[in-house]
Write a protein that binds this ligand. Structure first.
Ligand code: 8YV
Length: 318
């Protein structure tokens, strides 16, 4: 029987061509994630699903199994929209794309570090506004980055990639907080015991932990209060790791130096109060948005779908 594959939203042409080798491919038009009804229908109608952030694969979606679907391949490393244990219990394997996203996400982390510390977005707005009156010795003075202490929350693949960039490129001493002991961070770096220690020691904090029930609101008012008055917080992980309202308040009251965000607690909603702040740099969840990386992510999803359809072990199961 011809295998049927669903791709949740459209992807680069090379992926669609490769997917066509696996069977009959349906690419959903538009940008809207699968809702509960569509997700259940998809599990009944397709052998493999290439899923993306927001698709409704929570526990209740899997209550009506068994399903035709053998595998949900998530297009991304974070898969908090998929209840993997519930999927597995219903006979649906789940994979993600670790590795494929690491460097691009770390690059966006450093982009935000630099943009926030050096007030690059403010400078860009100034030039575009036509208000720039020429070089001035006291204009847009930011924070020097080279040599500052970088704190990493979550020393996984992406955390280590940020640390490498900061250590080798910017001579930054590295401290980090990680739930379990990290024996070999891959470069000189000090593991601190508590998140408060990390927040108070670092000049710049980059958040790279996955979204789990344990990391939800890991950084709130108390942790932000522990930061230096010049401290910069960068979040390239998931919005709900940080209590967004607490961060906005600290930025409004100028209790920290600034924040650089690629992710938001209630995406795609970004509060007006945050958008009004000059000391925040705001990107639209674009950590992996290069054609090469999105293509690699898609190909890895297809490798997982192919393996599941052929009854082999998945290359990158979750
Ligand atoms: C994805 C991401 O593009 O890998 C991740 O976790 O945040 C992004 O790379 C996004 O999750 C869409 O699925």
């Amino acid at each position: 029987m011809t295998k049927r594959i669903l791709i949740s939203r459209t992807l680069p042409e090379a992926i669609l061509e490769e997917a066509a080798r696996l069977g009959e491919v349906t690419v959903r038009p538009g940008r809207i994630p699968l809702d509960l009804g569509e997700a259940r229908q998809a599990l009944n109608d397709y052998d493999g699903i290439l899923s993306m952030g927001g698709d409704a694969f929570g526990a209740e979606t899997f209550e009506t199994g068994p399903f035709r679907c053998k595998v949900i391949a998530n297009f991304g490393v974070g898969y908090e929209h998929i209840d993997a244990p519930a999927a597995k219990a219903a006979g649906v394997a789940v994979s993600n794309t670790p590795g494929a996203v690491t460097d691009a996400t770390a690059d966006i982390g450093m982009t935000l570090v630099l943009m926030t510390c050096r007030r690059a977005a403010q400078g860009e707005r100034l030039v575009r506004s036509g208000q720039w009156e020429g070089w001035r010795p006291m204009e847009l003075l930011g924070m020097h980055v080279t040599g500052k202490t970088l704190g990493i929350v979550g020393m996984g693949r992406i955390g280590k990639a940020v640390a490498r960039r900061a250590h080798f490129g910017f001579d930054m001493p590295i401290v980090f907080y990680n739930r379990s002991r990290v024996e070999d961070p891959g470069l000189p770096a000090t593991q601190l015991d508590t998140i408060e220690d990390l927040m108070s020691t670092a000049d710049i904090v980059v958040v790279t932990v996955p979204a789990t029930p344990q990391t939800r609101h890991l950084i709130g008012a108390a942790e932000i209060a522990a930061m230096k008055p010049t401290g910069v917080l960068v979040n390239i992980a998931r919005g709900n790791v940080v209590v967004e309202a607490d961060l906005i308040k600290a930025l409004q009251e100028k209790r920290i130096g600034g924040a650089g965000l690629d992710v938001y607690e209630f995406e795609p909603k970004v509060p007006q109060a945050l958008r009004d702040l000059d000391n925040a740099v705001l990107l639209p969840h674009m950590g992996t948005s290069t054609l090469e990386v999105r293509t690699n992510m898609g190909m890895l999803c297809l490798d997982n779908i192919r393996a599941a359809l052929e009854g082999r072990d998945l290359p990158t199961p979750v």
